[in-house]
Design a protein around this ligand. Structure first.
Ligand code: K7E
Ligand code: CUA
Length: 659
């Protein structure tokens, strides 16, 4: 298929047709193989016992998790539960981790997580934290790289579809999080209002949230900017000269509320919103905006007590661009743009031309000039719209069909995914011409180059994150995992090296040199620092206490037994809390705990840690419990019994080990 020419224009109904055509031409049956698979194998081979050069952190999409891969091998190293319950570890099931999933809608153990984004210092990923968004029930999570665990989750009020999220500024001052779905927001309280959907144009609004990041990574919403009721799709912060700005794509500037595939594809151009977050933050610090009721939870792991806590925050600060001119401008951008990416120098802002025949590249310098000259072509709700011809720097032609996302190699080239034509296109940031292209299998969404959205990309590998897998692996019934493809970008020509399946839908990913993260690893938790109120530090302290219908078992594990391992005096109707402290002080020796009939998952307790499971036995009998993680040669012997008597029985509490 010939790439479409510059001035040709899509109409909405042609898109599915183009998709079908493109798929027929580029799609499944080609089964291209590597030109020199021996070379490719050499390049991705990481010998047994050797470590990969990069960590790849992939979002799990609708799994609500994050997956960790080694690159270039594509080996799956770990899965981090975030907005999910994980039977493999007890995350979201144990009493210590349940508060992480608290929201104003109740306990929500699922979400759709799209964008991992690493913390940065001076525009370079620093290996401290990685953030990820929850799209469905708006939240942002922070994962600590020292233990690969979810450390904090903050809920975002006045938002719906937290998609343009979470993107960091160059020193992790803020992360931005914009609402994809605009919603009815009342002037006074901004609470969701009960209004007719057909009143969209008058009542529906969007918000752009700026979450302040503290020294320890703590997240707090500093302010929200009220914006017209478009769909804010993606974001990236500026860098270098543009570091004080953040950019957000929007679609549905038509403000349609039904059949968006047609009704939101009418306008020739939508907008990239350029937000001067530095100026907005200064105005807010000086007292601009108003505090409104907006209850939202902040859940965080209390490191001292090793358990999560939930705090309800009652208000949020909202600022209106009409009252605070100069904080936001619209850059017209063809046509329902998706991704927005800023090159490593911070000079160019690339819009993903989802339905556009060209890939638009705006110039930051020209944008500032246009702002200074008030070179506006109009305004929307008090927000100036800059003149397209004044801010556009280049339109990249032949960049494929359905261009979505762009990353950079730090050597003067940009790489853009084209979903419909199923390829990655390499283009020059000097000539703005395409210099190379490579097919992907099939239909890439995001792509990732380690550091590729930062000021210092490591332009060695590129990972394409493909939406469609089809014939690439052995079939697994109707559901196939999505697929990643590793591409060598160190030479002039891109070279496909490796396919590997991914878990969930890995929209976006981040990569970082392994050395930066390796150094930070905690190998176990020091027992003396464990201030969990239900911890026991030695077998001598283990005990069972009854308090009405509540029974607390303070238990320890060490290779290869529980203390106590015989417990009697429990009754039907009791709520039994097993507080399990793992006394081990060595790397990679977790113990598990599971009891027959428990309506929850196992616990997996790390060395030096305390975890709690709630068990409500339903019938009188003797229940075995056991360790689920093969911890020693005598792991099978790591077991015990809990005797449950009928309700009202007077069997006394007793417990112990050994005879
Ligand atoms: Cu393009 Cu949610 Cu970033 Cu998927 S998004 S592809
Ligand atoms: Cu402890 Cu198996």
């Amino acid at each position: 298929m010939e790439p479409i020419k510059k001035k040709s224009r899509f109409v909405w109904w042609s898109v599915p047709l183009i998709a079908v055509l493109a798929f027929t031409l580029y799609g499944c049956p080609s089964q291209q193989n590597l030109s020199s698979s021996g070379d490719a194998a050499q390049k991705v081979y990481v010998a047994p016992g050797e470590h990969d050069e990069f960590y790849g952190m992939f979002s799990g999409g609708y799994s609500g998790q994050m997956t960790v891969y080694g690159l270039p091998s594509g080996r799956h190293l770990y899965t981090i539960p975030v907005f999910s319950q994980a039977p493999v570890s007890g995350y979201g099931y144990s009493e210590e981790t349940k508060p992480m999933l608290q929201t104003t809608h109740g306990f929500i153990p699922w979400d759709d997580a799209h964008h991992p984004e690493m913390s940065q210092t001076d525009g370079v990923p620093d290996g401290r934290w990685i953030f990820i968004n929850a799209n469905n029930t708006p939240r942002v999570a922070r994962i600590d790289f020292s233990n690969f665990q979810t450390a904090e989750i903050i809920e975002i009020p006045n938002s719906a579809g937290n998609h343009a999220s979470p993107f960091v500024t160059t020193n992790t001052e803020y992360i931005s999080a914009a609402t994809r779905f605009s919603i009815p927001l009342d002037e006074e309280s901004l609470e969701n209002q009960d209004v007719a959907i057909s009143s969209y144009a008058e009542n529906f609004k969007g918000t752009l949230s700026f979450i302040k990041i503290g020294d320890e990574g703590e997240m707090n919403i500093d302010f929200q900017i009220l914006v017209p009721g478009f769909n804010y799709d993606l974001s990236h912060a500026g860098k270098g000269p543009s570091a004080d700005w953040s950019f957000f794509t929007s679609y549905n500037t038509e403000e349609a509320h039904t059949l968006l595939e047609r009704n939101a594809s009418r306008n020739d151009k939508d907008f990239i919103a350029a937000v001067n977050w530095k100026k907005a933050a200064e105005l807010v610090a000086e007292g601009a905006g108003r505090e409104i009721d907006a209850p939202h939870y902040r859940n965080y792991m209390d490191h001292d007590e090793q358990r999560a806590k939930s705090e309800l925050i009652e208000t949020v600060k909202v600022i209106d661009p009409i009252e605070n001119p100069g904080i936001i401008y619209y850059l017209p951008t063809p046509k329902s743009p998706h991704g927005v990416d800023v090159d490593p120098t911070g000079r160019y802002i690339v819009g993903g031309g989802k339905l556009s025949s060209v890939l638009p590249v705006h110039s930051f310098e020209k944008m500032i000039e246009a702002i200074e000259n008030e070179d506006f072509e109009g305004e929307v709700d008090g927000i100036p719209v800059l003149n397209y011809d004044s801010v556009i720097h280049a339109e990249v032609e032949n960049a494929g069909i359905g261009t979505l996302h762009t990353e950079f190699d730090g050597n003067g080239y940009a790489y853009t995914t084209a979903f419909i034509s199923s390829e990655i296109v390499k283009w020059s940031l000097e000539t703005f011409e395409v210099v190379d292209r490579i097919d992907t299998y099939y239909s890439p969404g995001h792509l990732m180059i380690p550091g590729g959205d930062s000021m210092q990309p490591e332009g060695k590998y590129l990972v394409a994150l493909n939406k469609i897998t089809k014939d690439r692996y052995l079939p697994t019934g109707p559901e196939l995992f999505h697929s990643a493809q590793l591409i060598d970008i160190s030479g002039d020509k891109m070279e496909l090296l490796l396919d590997f399946p991914t878990d969930g839908e890995p929209h976006y990913a981040q990569g970082i040199a392994a050395d930066i993260v390796k150094e930070r690893q905690i190998k176990f938790y020091a027992l003396e620092d464990n201030n969990h109120p239900d911890a026991v530090k030695s077998e001598a302290e283990t005990r069972v206490e009854r308090n009405g219908d509540e029974v607390h078992v303070y238990m320890t594990t060490i290779r290869s037994h529980f203390a106590p391992d015989n417990i009697e005096g429990l009754r039907v109707g009791d709520k039994v809390y097993f507080h399990v402290t793992n006394l081990e002080q060595d790397w990679d020796v977790p113990h598990g705990f599971a009891v027959l009939g428990a309506r929850t998952s196992e616990l997996l307790v790390m060395p030096g840690e305390t975890r709690t499971i709630l068990w409500e036995p339903q019938k009188p009998r003797v229940f075995p419990f056991y360790c689920t993680d093969f911890c020693s040669a005598l792991h099978q012997e790591m077991q015990g019994y809990a005797r449950v008597s009928p309700a009202g029985s007077d069997t006394p509490i007793s417990f112990g080990t050994g005879e």
